[in-house]
Design a protein around this ligand. Structure first.
Ligand code: NLE
Ligand code: FE2
Length: 368
C-alpha cells in the first residue's frame, strides 16, 4: 500500500511526474490496457470461450501477486497449450533461416542447445530470465496482459522485460492481437539476449521515463481535442479516426510537448518502439529480414511483411515517431533499418537532440 500512494494524484504534478527510480518500483508499473482482453474485446478469439478466459485469468493473477525479487512462479502448461506453442515454434523454425535476422537466429540456436527452446513444451519464464541474465543482464517479470506503454517501457529502462505468461487461444496460433507468452518467448527473447539489441531496448526505455498517465486521464476529451489540433493538422489525421489508445498516446505527446514536457515523448518511445522492437525490418547483405517480435511470433504477418503488399520505408526516427500504428491487423507500413547499429545511432542522435529536463537524474537510477 505504501507504493500505491506514490502514484496517487497528490504526487503527480506536471513539473515532477512520478517514474520508477529503482527496479523494485516496477511493482507499481503493472497497469493494463484492458480493452484488448478476451472479456472485453469481442474480436478476441477467446471471447466466447469461458474456459479459456478462466485459465487466462488464473495465470494473470500470478502476475498481479508478483513482487520484485520473487522467483517467477512455474506454470504447469496443459497439453493444448503446449501444442499451440509447438505449432508456432515449428513455423518459426521453418521460416527463420530465410526471413529472420542473423542475431535472432544465433540466439535461437543457443536456446535450442540449452534445451530451453523445443517444440514439446513452453519454456518457463524463470529459466528464460536466467538465460537472459547471463547474456545481457535483462531479466523478466510476469505481466498480466497488455500493459500501458508507459509502464512497459519504463521497465526496459531497468533491463527488465514484463512478459505475459498465458497462452493465446488454440484457434488462432498464428496471430493474436494481444501479447501472450508465445509472442514474448519466440518474438522477444532471442534479441533481448543480443547485447546490441538489449542496449537499444534499454535506451528506448530510458527515453520514456518521466511522463504520467494520470495527467492524461485528468484532461477532458474536449481539452485534448483543442490541444491536439496543431498536431493533427501536421500529420493529417483526424480525432474521430483515432481509437482510444491513439488518443491517449497523442495526448501524452501534447502534454509533453505542449505544456509539461519538451518534445522527447511518448510518441518517440512508443511509436519508435512499435516500428522497431515489435515490427522492425532490417537489411542484411541487401536482403530485408525481420527482427521485430510481432513478426517473429506471427507467421501470417511475417510473410505479409516480406511480401510486396505493405509499404517499406527507411527507418528514420523523426518520421517513424509520428507514424500511427495498427494494433489489430497486419501493419500497412514497415520501417527498414540499414542495420542494428545504424538504427541505434539514428535513435541516439535523435533522442539526444531533445531536451529532457530530468535527464541528469537518470545516472543515479542504476546504482542499486
Ligand atoms: N501479433 C503478435 C503475435 O501474434 O504473436 C502479437 C503482437 C503483440 C504486440
Ligand atoms: Fe511485444
Amino acid at each position: 500500500l505504501g507504493h500505491v500512494t506514490l502514484i496517487g494524484e497528490d504526487n503527480i504534478s506536471a513539473k515532477n511526474p512520478w517514474f520508477p527510480r529503482h527496479a523494485s518500483e516496477l511493482d507499481n508499473c503493472n497497469h493494463l490496457m484492458t480493452k484488448y482482453e478476451p472479456d472485453l474485446d469481442m474480436n478476441h478469439p477467446g471471447f466466447a470461450d469461458k474456459e479459456y478466459r478462466a485459465r487466462r485469468k488464473d495465470i494473470a493473477e500470478i502476475a498481479f501477486a508478483y513482487k520484485y525479487g520473487d522467483a517467477i512462479p512455474h506454470i504447469e502448461y496443459c497439453e493444448t497449450e503446449n501444442k499451440t506453442w509447438g505449432s508456432v515454434f515449428n513455423t518459426v523454425l521453418e521460416l527463420m533461416p530465410k526471413h529472420a535476422c542473423s542475431e535472432y537466429c544465433r540466439v535461437f540456436k543457443l536456446l535450442q542447445e540449452e534445451g530451453i527452446f523445443t517444440a514439446e513444451r513452453i519454456p518457463q519464464l524463470e529459466e528464460m530470465s536466467n538465460f537472459l541474465k547471463r547474456h545481457t543482464g535483462f531479466s523478466l517479470r510476469p505481466a498480466a496482459g497488455l500493459l500501458t506503454a508507459r509502464d512497459f517501457l519504463a521497465s526496459l529502462a531497468f533491463r527488465i522485460f514484463q512478459s505475459t505468461q498465458y497462452v493465446r487461444h488454440k484457434n488462432t496460433p498464428y496471430h493474436t492481437p494481444e501479447p501472450d507468452c508465445i509472442h514474448e518467448l519466440l518474438g522477444h527473447m532471442p534479441l533481448l539476449a543480443d547485447p546490441s539489441f538489449a542496449q537499444f531496448s534499454q535506451e528506448i526505455g530510458l527515453a520514456s521515463l518521466g511522463a504520467s498517465d494520470a495527467e492524461i486521464e485528468k484532461l477532458s476529451t474536449k481539452t485534448l481535442q483543442q490541444q491536439m489540433s496543431p498536431v493533427l493538422n501536421a500529420t493529417s489525421m483526424s480525432w474521430s479516426s483515432l481509437d482510444t489508445r491513439d488518443r491517449v498516446n497523442i495526448s501524452c505527446e501534447i502534454l509533453e510537448t505542449g505544456f509539461t514536457r519538451d518534445s522527447y515523448t511518448k510518441r518517440v518511445t512508443l511509436q519508435v518502439y512499435w516500428f522497431t522492437v515489435e515490427f522492425g525490418l532490417c537489411k542484411e547483405s541487401g536482403v530485408v529480414k525481420a527482427y521485430g517480435a510481432g513478426l517473429l511470433s506471427a507467421y501470417g504477418e511475417l510473410l505479409h511483411a516480406l511480401s510486396d503488399k505493405p509499404e517499406l520505408r527507411p527507418f528514420e526516427p523523426a518520421v517513424t515517431a509520428v507514424q500511427p500504428y495498427q494494433d489489430q491487423e497486419y501493419q500497412p507500413i514497415y520501417y527498414v533499418a540499414e542495420s542494428f547499429d545504424d538504427m541505434k545511432d539514428k535513435f541516439r542522435r535523435w533522442v539526444s537532440a531533445m531536451s529532457r529536463p530530468f535527464e541528469k537524474n537518470l545516472n543515479h537510477l542504476f546504482s542499486n
